[in-house]
Ligand binder design. Sequence first.
Ligand code: PEP
Ligand code: MG
Length: 569
Amino acid sequence: MDSGYGAIEDQLMGGVGASPGVAIGPVVSVVVESVELTDIANPIEAIGASATRVSAKLKQLSEQTRNAGRDEAADVLQAQSLMAEDPMIPDSVSEQLDAGLAPADAFDTAAAGLSALLASLPDPYLAARAADIGEVMQAIKRDLAGVDSEGLTITEPSILIAHELTAAETAGLDADLVLGFATETGGATSHVAIIARSLGVPAVVGVSNLLETGPSFACLDGASGAFAADPSDHVKAVFEASAAARASLQLRLDEVRGMSATFGDTPIAVPANIAGGGDIAKAVEEQSDGVGLYRTEFLFLDVPKPPTEEQQFDEYKLAAESWTDTVVIRTFDIGGDKPAEYLNMDPEENPFLGIRGVRIYDKFPELIDGQIRAALRASAFGDISLMIPMVATVEEFLGVKQRVIDQRTKLDSENVATGDIKLGVMVEVPSVALNAHCFAEHVDFFSIGTNDLTQYTMAADRMLGSLAGLHDPLHPSVIRLCEMVAEAGNAKGIQTSVCGLAAEDPLAAIIFASVGITKLSVSANSVNLIKATLQAQDASIADEVRKVIDTAESAREVRQQLGPHVVNA
Ligand code: PEP
Ligand code: MG
């Protein structure tokens, strides 16, 4: 939990921060009445009719949400709308009715069964749909019982507390009246959290015994997960101070929005990481310096077949036209934790050490050549660079470089316009950092993926929460590798950037800038925090950083010794 609340920790109910912001106010409890269902005469038809109504309502809500520019939330609702029409819903309920269960129990048992089935699937996208099926089936059950499920009506600015909120209920909240909400269920990545963030409503999830405690007044902090029920004046004052600090940070962020950041005299570009066209609007709003990492594999995942060259061209052109700054497109990084079923790859014991990123390309030449062609064509409409993930050897990089040359030659012969395109390497495997001086002879830029570079340097699976202490990009060994890359790049006049998650940690950003990195690509939400942090420093901190990196034995020491020197944004 945020150290700002350490002194009052014993007066808080622990929760998980789901959507940032502080809310202080009277509480309205959302109590869901249980639904009575009488006998269903023709279950398949009756459930089907309810499912169609629920699907239509979800579709309408999804469209309203999309029109309001909240694409991520709209996608969740659209997926639920499609799911509501799936015939497996009436089939499985009617199976339970045939087995002799009462109608309401038949619904609950069928929902639990389908949800468990989805949760057990190896495909992470489908497994994540387990919560959706429960929500959709509850909505169908309520419709069948004739219960209105619209109704979270509140009349004065309040904090909502509930056992759980569905995606549809959350999307339908009136952001002018709901100061914030807290739920007993849910996690930081649940749909409720995603939608709350898109609405800008502060939220804390996973607060046990919330309804049983039944507060009439509450304070919550959706960044740290702090929740106080019926707070004392002192506790309330701590939340008010936190809200004030947040507001003053917001002012600083507004000041630097659109500015070119510098660290001392050195300009540092702060572009955004995006995963598709849906992320462009937010990054443009934050005035990111272009895109430092376009994770294109998301166009290839959770779809029955890969996107065509034409579809990719449209996507990349849209990104290229959205900025005058460079948009760095990463060729697809499929494999590891991101499998694509249609490739029918053999299962591997250690997918992170297996056929991933660049290692796939020679197996699927049409796929990579199609992507390169799409990027080359889009480069006629803006400033596009390409970079290659999971490279370990110079040969792998040169193999892709040759593909780019070949595809350009073909496009030229077809009289298709292309622009200049720079080709860089991602530094994710330590061998590239250690051999950076050789790569510098061939690449146009380096981009360090600290998520994987840390995983491979520390031999610590990035997905394993229990190894989070070891998977720390501020370990001096990881920083030293970053410094080696920047030195090799600077010696040749080649830019080095960091596009891993570490770049959005203010302390890490200062360390990277201090060792010669001049581009930090971060999520759109962090662009201005990182710009403000860079602006706030005295560049003499770079000497201090280098001293600490030369002597520190652990990431903890790096934090302890450098933390106090970093000026808060
Ligand atoms: C990284 O490894 O740091 C990176 C940016 O790539 P990804 O997180 O997509 O593997
Ligand atoms: Mg990576």
